[in-house]
Design a binder for this molecule. Structure first.
Ligand code: CA2
Length: 149
């Protein structure tokens, strides 16, 4: 299985500020952590991080025909972006929404997720492990849909 892991705005700042919310590890640490776990699960990965909404739309569209699934932490665009929702719907790839922090216990504006209606699952509040859980969810989803073919 080939999975694209997309991270949205400011996640390149991981480990640099707000360690009490997002931890002390950097974006590079996150990539290495996911790569190690994915290898053990026999999954190949691609990574993309951008601070720009249109770039995120482009990379979701480009995933069509190249990847079997998407893991996305849309960061602040979770709470604002119909464009990302439409892009995920347009490509029709199984997608999992991940948040490092537990958005359900934070500010009210973080309770809204536009992308949620297009994803097969949401994992929040589990730190970097949430991305690994998302890989497992995509694997289970793929196995489930094979059984139904
Ligand atoms: O918990 C998450 O993963 C979020 O998607 C992170 C977003 C936030 O807007 C969402 O509500 C929840 C923010 C990412 C910003 O990351 C930073 C990392 C280090 C320092 C400052 C910001």
């Amino acid at each position: 299985m080939k999975i694209l892991i997309i991270n949205g705005p400011n996640l390149n700042m991981l480990g640099i500020r707000e360690p009490e919310i997002y931890g002390r590890k950097t974006y590079q640490d996150l990539v290495h952590y996911i790569e190690g776990a994915a290898e053990a699960l026999d999954v190949s990965t691609g990574f993309y991080q951008s601070n720009h909404e249109g770039d995120l739309v482009d990379v979701i569209q480009d995933a069509y025909g190249k990847y079997d699934g998407i893991i996305i932490n849309p960061a602040a665009y979770t709470h604002t972006s119909v464009a990302l929702l439409d892009a995920v719907k347009a490509v029709g790839l199984p997608t999992v929404e991940v948040h490092i922090s537990d958005v359900s216990t934070r500010e009210e504006f973080r309770q809204v997720s536009y992308i949620r209606q297009a994803v097969i699952g949401t994992i929040a509040g589990k730190g970097f492990d949430g991305y690994v859980e998302a890989i497992k969810l995509l694997l289970a989803h793929e196995n489930g849909s094979e059984e139904h073919q």
